[in-house]
Design a protein around this ligand. Structure first.
Ligand SMILES: [Zn+2]
Length: 289
């Protein structure tokens, strides 16, 4: 796909709106129906030659957008917060254009966004990432929001864990796909196809023993119990991504987003609206009674 230039539109953004696109009175009106806010947390970081630096921002927004649509259908209205566009991306700094915040900065930004919104009436916050490197800061910030208010609730939703359970039913690759690989490229093909350059996608896999420490069943971010701190993605990839982006398709992206959105919606509906739903149903592969 070609890169657009001049004053032509770069891409189309579908609703529902985030806080950025709402007026104050619209937010006030919504606050009569809900005090729940989904906060998307992204990053600006290298994702290979085929994906834009803001990939994680687009994903975080879309995760919340689709979850909000699901929740609305369940009778659980929410407001989507502004995308927090900078994350903790220290280990991607070897790639041009990457921006990283220190964890303490990101924690402060998240905390102050929530405490501002708390003053205007929001009470329940669900943090949804587009970049798993933000997770430790998100968890500390969630605790700080609770510690700094008498009655706010805050939770961190890591959809990578449920998605990892069913990802093998979506991906075509027989190898492990990672950052900027088949899955993530597929998701950006859904939302921002104009910004995906599949013709520039290079196939790059890392050995399983190395991949185990980046993501996988043993890693805490994808369902396990071990956290491996990452030094630099340059040790794993000269391109910035891991996997085979040439296998990406919008159909796979849709299926990935569907799992993410339904899982996020189920957790929020259960924990903030008291609905009798089980988020684990979303990833149950055996549907027999
Ligand atoms: Zn990403």
């Amino acid at each position: 796909m070609s890169t657009q230039s001049g004053d032509s539109p770069l891409y189309t953004q579908h609703g529902p709106p985030t806080l950025d696109e709402m007026t104050g009175p619209e937010v006030a009106e919504k606050l009569n129906k809900t005090d729940v806010l989904l906060l998307p947390l992204g990053a600006i970081e290298g994702h290979g030659a085929h994906l834009p630096l803001g990939t994680d921002n687009f994903e975080a927004r879309e995760n919340c957008r689709r979850a909000a649509i699901e929740l609305e259908k369940m009778g659980c209205p929410v407001v989507i917060g502004p995308v927090v566009p900078f994350g903790t991306s220290s280990f991607h700094m070897g790639f041009a254009g990457t921006i990283t915040l220190k964890p303490e900065t990101l924690i402060a930004v998240i905390r102050e966004i929530c405490l501002s919104l708390y003053q205007t009436g929001f009470k329940k916050f669900a943090f949804v990432h587009g970049h798993d490197g933000n997770l430790p800061s998100m968890m500390v910030a969630a605790q700080e929001v609770v510690d700094n208010t008498p009655d706010a609730k805050a939770m961190v939703l890591n959809w990578l864990t449920p998605l990892s359970k069913v990802y093998h039913t979506i991906q075509a690759s027989k190898k492990q796909e990672g950052h900027g690989g088949e899955g993530e490229t597929s998701r950006i093909l859904v939302t921002h196809p104009e910004l995906v350059h599949l013709d520039r996608g290079v196939v790059h896999h890392v050995p399983p023993e190395e991949m185990r420490k980046i993501q996988g069943p043993e890693h805490i971010k994808t369902g396990g119990g071990i956290f491996y701190a990452t030094r630099s993605y340059q040790e794993h990839t000269p391109y910035g991504h891991i996997g085979d982006p040439t296998l990406a398709s919008a159909d796979k992206g849709e299926r990935g987003y569907d799992i993410i959105a339904r899982w996020v919606a189920a957790v929020v509906a259960r924990d903030y609206f008291g609905h009798d739903v089980d988020p684990n149903d979303v990833t149950r592969l055996d549907n027999s009674p």
